[in-house]
Ligand binder design. Structure first.
Ligand SMILES: Nc1nc2c(c(=O)[nH]1)N[C@H]1C(S)=C(S)[C@@H](COP(=O)(O)O)O[C@H]1N2
Ligand SMILES: [Mo]
Length: 220
């Protein structure tokens, strides 16, 4: 059973719930400390709706920013690293109930990148696209302009690992984990909100922690 918490393979919301609820009590009680030795240690569950981890390295990584922008742009990892970096230490919480406290993140504020490319007047939202070829997300421009929304390059002071969505993922602090798209490959500025992967499958588009998806309670 513990192996199910390892890197990767989940097929859908039902499987996700089943695995999360099967593993949560073990991880949270953890009388032995052994869960810290597992690949999923520290309470993290590694999710990939495609069942695998796409790969981009130092040289091959690109982030494309297009749609309703003044300057369509393609950024390398070096480009992203050369922009001002913002650090943030916050909890990460999945809508299925697990939470990892006090995660140190750093990266480029999404709003800083948007300011550089210049957003067109009719723009209202973003469509975020993963280079896994399947996962997408959305944010309104207002949400994307918050100071606690990062294009994350680092977690725990090190480059975001491939399993966690590296080299570049999103971290949307005030919302449930599904908004924090992994393996970020593209940002398209749009004139309306286009619901993302889980949102097409019934989860709330506005995924505020504690105020969405019918989950107003603190998770166990
Ligand atoms: N590309 C992609 N991003 C994703 C997901 C996914 O399956 N694919 N799962 C989301 C969900 S539901 C959560 S809770 C977090 C989990 O992040 P982790 O795998 O780093 O723990 O990633 C989010 N981003
Ligand atoms: Mo999640």
């Amino acid at each position: 059973m513990l192996a199910a918490g390892g890197v990767g393979v989940l097929i859908g919301a039902r499987a996700q719930d089943a695995i999360s609820s099967a593993l949560a009590p073990i991880t949270e009680r953890d009388p032995t400390g052994l869960t810290g030795l597992l690949p999923s240690g520290g309470g993290w569950r590694y999710y990939s709706v495609t069942g695998n981890q796409p790969h981009r390295d130092e040289n091959s990584y690109r982030l494309t920013v297009g749609g309703l922008v003044k300057t369509p742009t393609e950024l390398t990892l070096a480009d992203l690293r050369s922009l001002p970096q913002t650090g943030l230490t916050k909890d990460f919480q999945c809508v299925t109930g697990w939470r990892v406290r006090e995660v140190p993140w750093s990266g480029v504020r999404l709003r800083d990148l948007l300011a550089r490319v210049g957003v067109a007047a009719q723009a209202t939202a973003l469509r975020l696209v993963s280079f896994d070829g399947a996962y997408t997300e959305s944010l309104t421009l207002e949400q994307a302009s918050r100071s606690d929304v990062l294009i994350a390059l680092q977690m725990y002071g090190k480059p975001v690992t491939r399993a966690h969505g590296g080299p570049v993922r999103l971290y949307v602090a005030p919302m449930y984990g599904y908004k924090s798209l992994k393996w970020l490959g593209g940002i398209e500025v749009t004139d309306r909100v286009i619901p993302g992967y889980w949102e097409e499958r019934g989860y709330d588009v506005d995924a505020w922690i504690g105020q969405s998806n019918g989950r107003d309670d603190e998770p166990v």
